[in-house]
Design a binder for this molecule. Structure first.
Ligand code: AMP
Ligand code: GLY
Length: 419
């Protein structure tokens, strides 16, 4: 079967790595892909917002399945358009992807189905939002309702910070995404990301991960899309897994069916493990980036077989095995990220490092210049994954690889998975 992966990040590189290894994959395409992905797939130059061209390319290349990596095309309804055109799509419908596309939708959904979460309210008026802050206390979280590339959340410690965040967002700080905001109670505890495969009421637990969102060591600096990740999360246990399944994932799947918007695809639940149990911080309708770069290397089962069983509503019969190994990934980003950064600096040696199943470099924001050299184009540029029997060994291996790469304009955190 010919398969197309939509996206251009490290997550899509990890998807391409696994899918291309499947016997069922005849030819792999990616749109738009990146230089790393091009080693496994034919990269098609097209805009992922252009649904008509995607359908046309699927027909042209006899593509029968499209795996959608990022949230934007899912929220924009690409999976619906593909299904209408009789092409298999891996990912939720636009109606189900609203769990990520609108924070208010997700909060209201959890409220209706008694899924544990912090107190919250939605506002378009700053005065009312500030009165709510008085109500729940100065420690609160202000969030843009819509998609803001992982940046639309401000955790506030004082009333002043909260008022500034409210004013900034309602004044259009994140464009249309922050015309409506959510103000939430600030909860605390270790964070854990839970990944499940859902087909209507069938929920299959996949794996847990922990993301390192702050830019700098010691969890300091601004929030980023993720500077590193580890899987499984150090907090994962069978008891916790059952609790997350029973109190969050199963009620979610049932509620989406009852609402007439059944969920299909990967669900990534960002959770906080509070004194009273796991509570929902956010839902994402896809694999995480860089979480995919630690979850997929641990998957021993064939990813494409699993996706195909899921798409034909036979997910229950799938065998899903993950290794007990620890995977860690360290992101190398452009100096200045998540703010402004210089583009097109040259990265040397990245292509000459021997790689294998336990050690891999996933490209995200790379490109090539006219001389064929790898250059840095995006904020997060690549991530280095290592798989080993312990956190220490995986850390050692990942940082050993990083030291071999020469890139003057890059930076990375040195404390990923130092538990
Ligand atoms: P989000 O983009 O919603 O995942 O939020 C980014 C980060 O903000 C999360 O990983 C948490 O660390 C923090 N956060 C979000 N919501 C809350 C909350 N209600 N209480 C405490 N921290 C939060
Ligand atoms: N690493 C966070 C995300 O993918 O949303």
């Amino acid at each position: 079967m010919n398969v197309l992966i939509i996206g251009s990040g490290g997550r899509e590189h990890a998807l391409a790595h696994n899918i291309s290894a499947s016997q069922a994959c005849s030819h792999l395409f990616a749109a738009p892909g990146n230089p790393g992905i091009s080693q496994f797939a034919t990269c098609l130059k097209l805009s992922i917002d252009d649904h008509d061209t995607i359908i046309r390319k699927c027909r042209e290349h006899d593509i029968k399945l499209v795996v959608i990596g990022p949230e934007m095309p899912l929220v924009a309804g690409l999976a619906d358009v593909l299904r209408k055109n009789n092409i298999l799509a891996f990912g939720p419908s636009a109606s189900a992807a609203k769990l990520e596309g609108s924070k208010f939708f997700a909060r209201d959904f959890c409220r209706r189905y008694q899924i544990p979460q912090p107190k919250f309210a939605r506002f378009t008026n700053s005065q009312k939002a500030k009165e709510f802050v008085e109500n729940i206390g100065p420690e609160c979280v202000v969030k843009a309702d819509g998609l803001a590339a992982g940046k639309g959340v401000v955790v506030c410690r004082t009333k002043r910070q909260a008022c500034e965040a409210i004013d900034m967002m309602l004044a259009g700080g994140f464009g249309d995404a922050s015309k409506t905001i959510i103000v939430e109670e600030c909860i605390s505890g270790p964070e854990l990301s839970a990944f499940a495969l859902i087909d209507s009421e069938v929920v299959t637990w996949l794996a847990s991960a922990r993301d390192h969102k702050r830019a700098f060591d010691g969890d300091t600096g601004p929030n980023t899309g993720g500077m590193g990740a580890v899987s499984p999360s150090p907090e994962e246990s069978i008891i916790l897994r059952d609790k997350i399944m029973n109190t969050i994932l199963t009620p979610l799947a049932k509620g989406m069916v009852l609402d007439g918007t059944p969920y299909t695809g990967i669900l990534y639940a960002g959770l906080m493990l509070t004194n009273t149990g796991p509570q929902v911080i956010e839902f994402n309708c896809r694999f995480g980036d860089p979480e995919a770069q630690v979850i997929l290397p641990r998957l021993e089962s064939d990813l494409l077989d699993l996706i195909l069983l899921h798409c034909s509503h036979k997910q229950e019969s799938a065998l899903v095995n993950f290794s007990d190994d620890i995977a860690i990934t360290v992101v190398m980003a452009n100096k200045g990220y998540p703010g402004n950064y210089k583009k097109d600096s040259i990265i040397t040696n990245i292509d000459n490092i021997p790689l294998n199943a336990e050690s891999f470099i996933y490209h995200s924001g790379t490109g090539t210049n006219q001389r064929g050299q790898i250059i840095a184009k995006g904020g997060r540029v690549f991530s280095v994954t290592a798989v080993a029997k312990s956190y220490e060994e995986a850390r050692f291996k990942a940082y050993e690889t990083i030291l071999k790469i020469q890139w003057d304009n890059g930076f990375y955190r040195t404390d990923i998975a130092s538990y």
